[in-house]
Design a protein around this ligand. Sequence first.
Ligand code: FES
Length: 131
Amino acid sequence: MPSRRVFLKMVGLAAGAVSLIPARLAQAKKVGLKLDKVAELQKVGGWAIVPIKEETVLLIRDGEASIRAMTAICTHKKCKVAYLPDDKRIRCKCHKSFYDLDGKNTDGPAPAPLRQFKAELRGEQIVIDLG
Ligand code: FES
């Protein structure tokens, strides 16, 4: 197997598992995820939490051609966060922390922002840089 090829592990989502996809990307820390394998991200406002390598990544489709990626783990006591499309905010239900779309902690006990990852849509693929 070529060293540049990166394979995602099986990705489990609420809607069901999605398949592995290979990505021929220039850097090993970049991973590719086929957009058609994550139904929640096919429309603007959709979101999903996807385990990728050692990260649990919150993906938010915030525009026709844009997507955001950040850790889905709250900086307070490590609960999973969720996106609130109507409020355009991210919430942790455990102790009611809120974050903005840039991952900045805005309310509640969370002491720090959510770590951001560069992400972009390239055709039918989401490319996420975990570096
Ligand atoms: S774990 Fe998220 S607010 Fe406490």
